[in-house]
Design a protein around this ligand. Structure first.
Ligand code: SF4
Length: 179
């Protein structure tokens, strides 16, 4: 058994895949002594750290900030796990590709707005949308893909447990959960 430095990040997803991590329930207590959670929505760390063993990434890449973050994550993580269909294919997050960023911004900030009388989209504080939402592997090398919407907690447990135990991931354990 070995202790691993774990990061998780929520990019353009709905948080459902992070809820699945919590759905490991009492097994979280079993694996907690072997996890050093160094960056995550679950902890209060502002900067992505160096020397992370595993980063679990939920969500697709939709903004210039997402691209900056995934590159930083790649530079500082030994392994990246794409968690869920948004991270792997774009999924729900990529539905806006049918219309394009301008059309989506217009609908959200102008057509349906009650308070925005400026006739402009927000350009400060919020990150700039990419023209097209893309999955993680189109921007960086991804080591593991764990599909599902959301990914089943049992599958997440098998991956983390195998890394802690320093053994191969049992693929049969993963596919079993899709049935
Ligand atoms: S894969 Fe499904 S559950 Fe996970 S972030 Fe995307 S929409 Fe949410």
């Amino acid at each position: 058994m070995q202790k691993i430095r774990l990061a998780t990040i929520w990019l353009d997803g709905c948080s459902g895949c992070h809820m699945s991590i919590l759905d490991m329930d009492e097994r979280l207590l079993e694996i907690a002594p072997f996890l050093d959670v160094v960056y995550s929505p679950y902890v209060d760390t502002k900067e992505f750290p160096k020397d992370v063993d595993l980063t679990i990434v939920e969500g697709a890449l939709s903004t210039d900030h997402d691209i900056k973050m995934i590159k930083k994550i790649r530079e500082n993580s030994k392994l990246i796990l794409a968690l869920g269909d948004c991270a792997i294919t774009g999924n729900i997050s990529a539905m806006k590709n049918l219309f394009g960023s301008d059309e989506v911004l217009k609908k959200g900030y102008l057509d349906l707005a009650n308070l925005n009388k400026s006739g402009k989209y927000p350009s400060k504080i919020v990150p700039k949308l990419l023209d097209k939402v893309i999955p993680l592997h189109e921007a960086v090398k991804v080591d593991f893909f764990l599909p599902g919407c959301p990914t089943p907690a049992d599958a997440i447990y098998e991956v983390i447990k195998s890394l802690i135990e320093g053994r191969e991931i049992n693929i049969h354990q993963l596919t079993r959960f899709g049935k």
